[in-house]
Write a protein of this length. Sequence first.
Length: 360
Amino acid sequence: MKLDNKKIFQTLNPNKIWVPVIIGLAIVFGMFYFDPKVNKDSLNGIFDASIPWVILAILVILFRDVGYVYRIREITDRKLTWKRSIYVIILWEFASAVTPSVVGGTAVAIFILNKEGIKFGKAIAYVMVTAILDNLFFVIGAPIILFFAKGSIFPESKVLEMQLQNSMEAIFWISYTLYATYSIVMAAALFYKPRVFKWLLIKLFSIKWLLKWKHEAQGYGDQIIEASKELSGKKWNYWLPIIGATIFIWSSRYLMLNALISAFVPLAAHEHVIVFARQVIMWIVMMISPTPGSSGTAEFFFGQFFTEFLTNYTFVTSILWRLLSYYPYLILGAFFLPRWVKQVFFKKKKLEAGPDVSGN
């Protein structure tokens, strides 16, 4: 099975950065115009930020990126150099930033790894492993976080109407159930019975109204079988570092906001736990967002989840949060993509053509 290169490059398009930027700016201007709490005084609140805490927030997000680079290098059995691993992660994050969260950058990641010299079957396996590990972080971590948050996981404030709050809880539990089911099924398919999974897919898509997707389902089943072969026989010394890196990556992602909020208001220990926990819940809710990189959705839910901690600093903190955790990957992706294309495609063609022995 081959990837559609045309569709991949439609996703890896630097011009697409304007879509999430425009959506994000529209939400910001909408908040500024319609929310009476957002005004010039609230914007000036950015100067109240504690510089050491802001620096810590930047360092934590950099640690997260280092974790991503380390994990992809370990997953590929160190076939990628540190430099190539950085390219892979930047472009992967860029693809995720310009596609809806529910879609993600999976196909693009497989394409990138394959062009970096990783065999197609292994590229599929490595991307599937990262997806399963990331999902399991939430599937296993959410109940633990719910326990430590002691029932304060969902915001309770006058900002939220009861109907909206109930809807948010319903969205979370529906999303959690879907992610848990998906993770368990995919883990079983990849590590236990890939051929049974393919057989079930074919049977499912043999139903009359699903028949037109049967070919794609069969291809996906083949991918699972191929990926399973590549991962069979891996020892604990392979799995432990990448599991540890996954926990480190997502913890760093969320601790960044803890540091950012602390730059404006002091947080007690139990409040740090609640802020961390609510980010996990918010992420799961945001995963159903139809906008690229959850633009607009992220800014909206940020206010709902964290206003009670920030009061007058909610607006400026939400802007800083997105400036640190989202927009850099749009800029870096647009910068690195042309260089990666030149390195991977044009240099490769030049090598395949061989040296010029004509004397010209």
